[in-house]
Ligand binder design. Structure first.
Ligand code: NAD
Length: 379
């Protein structure tokens, strides 16, 4: 099969890690008989330099034509003094809105090889893991384009008077909730078949609405175990018993906070991938999808062969799984990453946080990626 992929390397380490994700996709393509056609596009600081805009209209137009988008990272000190809508990060919001991606998927798992990077004690991890192992593997599905971040907001009075006030509004309609829940249930079907709705239904009307709709939809997903948790409890459970979670579905605000908490317990930022997905656009075959490592452009290490390319490579694997349904190809990339970590290779960001094992070898971006490609060829 042929797939077209918009490639937005961006700034800083973005181009370094993106090129390694491309190599991984090409290797998987050669191995399994797929052709990935890349359309390289500018967004972020580099686009500001060449066009004056963080997200040129031509970039968004071209990205919309493609089957999926892979992004490195945008931003850096050079553009930090620019105003709001001229900053590189505006490109991210523009791409998300322009592509219509409404569900953000952030896996957070602890690879046994990187266990020492996790701030939680072994006994905490073991207690909630079904197989009694010191690990966890969860996926947070966050609603991305609605709720309080987009609701009506404002201020009454001048803010100085005692009755001056400010407000933000959490409002969701049925369609917005149903579509993100469908993404969550579909993801759960490809994983351990458990979905937890996280809300604040003991207080908020909007949360009660989420819960009612989830209860209705659960009837159609009898193969999935559905349960419900208040957000304050979930924040505690993530650090007390993370192994209990498979797929967590939640609103924009709660997801923003919980996904950061989940990323901390999984160790290095250089390992974490993400996907943002939407409906199938008219005239397209695959759902809108934007894939990116969760880290930024890391200007402190850019151009020095120090960046960990694994988050970008794992983002490419997510693209294969969630956009194209290429499950065995995605699993092959993930297995290659695991194999390389098993062999003891570490980029500096991972090595500095783990106890140095006898077989541990610190390598740069290129050597790490080359090892993954080799392992993938032999998968
Ligand atoms: P950052 O994620 O770029 O870096 C934080 C720290 O983690 C740095 O010490 C960096 O060296 C390290 N790090 C990040 N990715 C790494 C990798 N793959 N391998 C090894 N080490 C890695 O966050 P920041 O420093 O807050 O932001 C830098 C710039 O990136 C800013 O301009 C910010 O706005 C932008 N940013 C962009 C995105 C995005 O494009 N999605 C996300 C976050 C930040």
């Amino acid at each position: 099969m042929n797939y077209s992929i918009a490639l937005v390397p961006g700034d800083g380490i973005g181009p370094e890690v993106c090129s390694k994700a491309v190599e991984a996709l090409e290797t998987a393509g050669d191995k399994y008989g797929h052709i990935f056609n890349f359309v390289e596009l500018e967004a972020g600081g580099c686009a500001i330099d060449s066009t004056g805009e963080p997200l040129p209209a031509a970039t968004l137009d071209a990205a919309r034509q493609c089957d999926a988008l892979l992004l490195g990272a945008v931003g850096g000190p050079k553009w930090e003094t620019l105003h709001g809508d001229k900053r590189p990060e505006r490109a991210l919001l523009g791409l998300r809105a322009g592509l219509g991606v409404f569900a953000n998927l952030r896996p957070a798992s602890l690879l046994p090889q990187l266990k020492d990077a996790c701030p939680l004690k072994d006994e905490v991890l073991i207690a909630s893991n079904e197989q009694g192992k010191a690990t966890f593997d969860l996926l947070i599905v966050r609603e991305l384009t609605g709720g309080i971040y987009f609701g009506e907001r404002g201020r009454d009075g001048d803010g100085k008077a005692p009755d001056g006030s400010a407000y933000d509004t959490e409002r969701y309609n049925r369609a917005e909730i149903e579509r993100v829940l469908r993404v969550g249930y579909d993801a759960a079907r490809k994983r351990r078949k458990k979905l937890t709705l996280v809300d604040k239904a003991n207080v908020l009307e909007s949360s009660r609405f989420w819960r009612e709709i989830t209860q209705e939809m659960a009837v159609g997903y009898k193969d999935i175990e559905t349960n419900y948790l208040y957000v304050d409890n979930c924040a505690m459970q993530l650090v007390r018993a993370p192994g209990q979670f498979d797929v967590v579905v939640t609103s924009n605000l709660f997801g923003d906070i919980l996904s950061d908490e989940a990323s901390v317990i999984s160790g290095s930022i250089g390992m974490l991938a993400s996907a943002s997905i939407g409906e199938i656009p008219t005239g397209h075959k695959y759902p809108a999808g934007m894939y990116e490592p969760i880290h930024g452009s890391a200007p402190d290490i850019a151009g020095r062969d120090l960046a960990n390319p694994l988050a970008a490579i794992l983002s490419a694997a997510m693209m294969l799984r969630y956009s194209f349904g290429l499950l065995k190809e995605a699993a092959a990339i993930e297995a290659a990453v695991t194999k390389v970590l098993d062999s003891g290779l570490r980029t500096k960001d991972i090595a500095s946080r783990v106890k140095t094992g006898a077989n541990e070898k610190i390598v740069g971006t290129k050597e790490m990626a080359a090892a993954v490609i080799k392992a993938l060829e032999n998968e």
